[in-house]
Design a protein around this ligand. Structure first.
Ligand code: ATP
Ligand code: MG
Length: 416
């Protein structure tokens, strides 16, 4: 992509009311646009990152048998009344609206009800189970506080998967498997080392549910880490646990600030009972389907990546989610030879399937370098009169700041 054609520009300042580092950097670098508190649009650079995160999540959900759907955001009141979750006393973050004829609708903050009702039409016998269904879709929540940028939106993208199993044992096997898939997602986006499987309260159907908490000072949660087991316990249950690790009893837990990037939850038969999702087992007996739900916030994950890796001068993307693999910066000025050489390198890299943001703008070197640092693509390649003289290119690692002069063969190998 030619940077001269990109409709977004970098800017010196984020909106005055923006207090979150992730949103401030993402706005200044042109990844997102703030519509209002907790409501952000994704611009070309931001959408590329969001799509990469979505692809990583898809890959792992498909690998454990997930089937992708896309459900609606408009949901009927009657459906939610069946599970007792329509009332504002029960659910305090509803956005609701009305049809012209006065019929009330809800804007989905989650999709247990809707998918359970769909599955009740499809699942008849034990042969129809287990099934795993997920979507990547917008959720609406009227959050009381929206001060964490894209980490806590009032409108945000979530991957939500729901499992439908014949019994507790079958549910438990998948629940365990999902933990592995979740860790793979967080490893793939570069957050593996900072992310902990975290014991949380389980509601009425299970002793525990689990969160995936990533350590960052920008987090709104506190977790207690057991370094022996490499797990954490959340604030809700630390006292129940008598300040000890639920796995090994270790009492030396370390308190850290963290953000919940994912959440998996055993639902038992709460939703299947309320919405009539039953199946006939081998003996012809009618049984309730055992369910679980599994969420990851895509924007929250993206914001967390920014918070964890950013430095004094800008964003630092891990390569797996970076909007481009390389930021090619031409310092041609009026020099036609330099321009020709940079153009040729852009062509060569893109023809090899490498994603390049090509800064072909007519701007000062200092401005281009500052923008490149702010945008945060892992590798910067500079083409200038100086590099041309040496028949080489200057590469800079965004993370370490190290620069190196290399020949073309070496440069091409980096992206292989
Ligand atoms: P929190 O405790 O942070 O409010 P939650 O427990 O309500 O989150 P879930 O309902 O389990 O969240 O949603 C699944 C996932 O969706 C969360 O783990 C998180 O990654 C993401 N998520 C939840 N709320 C938001 C939000 N307001 N903005 C962005 N992502 C969110
Ligand atoms: Mg939570």
């Amino acid at each position: 992509m030619l940077q001269s054609q990109l409709f977004t520009k970098t800017r010196k300042d984020a909106p005055k009311d923006e207090v979150a580092k992730n949103a401030e950097l993402l706005i200044r670098a042109g990844f997102i646009h703030k519509e209002m508190a907790g409501v952000y649009s994704y611009l070309p650079l931001g959408l590329r990152v969001l799509n990469k995160i979505a692809e990583i999540i898809r890959r792992e959900m498909n690998a454990i048998g997930g089937q992708e759907v896309f459900m609606t955001t408009l949901q009927s009141k009657e459906l939610w009344e069946k599970t007792g979750r329509w009332s504002d006393e029960k659910v305090d973050n509803w956005f609701k609206t009305k049809l012209k004829n006065g019929t009330e609708l809800g804007l989905g903050f989650t999709h247990e009800e809707m998918l359970t009702a769909i599955m009740a039409e499809e699942v008849k016998s034990y042969k129809d189970l287990p099934r795993y269904v997920y979507q990547i879709q917008t959720k609406f929540r009227n959050e009381a506080r929206a001060k964490s940028g894209i980490m806590r939106g009032r409108e945000f993208m979530m991957k939500d998967l729901y499992s439908f199993s014949r019994d507790e044992k079958e549910h438990e096997a998948f629940y365990k498997k999902s933990q592995g898939a979740y860790m793979k997602v967080f490893e793939s986006v570069g957050l593996g080392e900072k992310t902990y499987l975290t014991f949380a309260s389980g509601g009425v159907f299970s002793k525990y549910s689990h969160e995936f908490q990533t350590l960052t000072s920008a987090g709104e949660d506190l977790v207690y880490i057991c370094d022996k087991c490499r797990i954490a316990v959340n604030k809700e249950i630390i006292e129940d646990q008598k300040n000890a690790c639920p796995q090994c009893g270790n009492k030396k837990l370390r308190e850290e600030k963290a953000v919940e990037v994912g959440n998996i939850f055993p639902l038992g038969t709460r939703f299947s009972d309320a919405l009539g999702l039953k199946y006939l087992d081998e003996k012809g007996e009618s049984k309730s389907v055992v369910m679980g739900s599994y969420g990851i916030g895509l924007g929250r994950l993206m914001g967390t990546i920014v918070e964890v890796f950013a430095d004094d001068v800008g964003i630092v993307w891990p390569k797996e989610v970076s909007p481009f693999a390389v930021h090619l910066v031409s310092l041609a000025g009026e020099d036609a030879k330099v321009k020709k050489s940079a153009d040729a390198l852009y062509k060569k890299l893109t023809s090899q399937g490498i994603e390049v943001l090509y800064d072909d703008r007519d701007a000062r070197a200092g401005e281009k370098f500052a923008d490149s640092d702010l945008i945060g693509i892992p590798v910067r390649v500079v083409v200038s009169a100086k590099t041309l003289e040496k028949d080489s290119y200057e590469i800079k690692d965004r993370k370490t700041g190290q620069t190196e002069i290399v020949k073309e063969e070496v440069l091409l190998k980096i992206f292989r």
